[in-house]
Design a protein. Structure first.
Length: 52
């Protein structure tokens, strides 16, 4: 279980960074940023769904 959480945390950090970069260049309402945000939400939901 720990390994899965660690992998998800890494993916979350990368997706967050990607979203911030896209938002800086394209603006918060750009479809590329919104899509990235939705993928980040999905990762966060998966992370929260893992029970210790």
């Amino acid at each position: 279980m720990f390994c899965k959480k660690a992998i998800l945390l890494s993916a979350i950090k990368l997706k967050k960074r990607e979203m911030y970069i896209k938002a800086r260049y394209f603006g918060m309402t750009d479809s590329r940023v919104v899509s990235c945000s939705q993928k980040l939400d999905h990762l966060l939901n998966r992370y929260q769904g893992i029970h210790d």
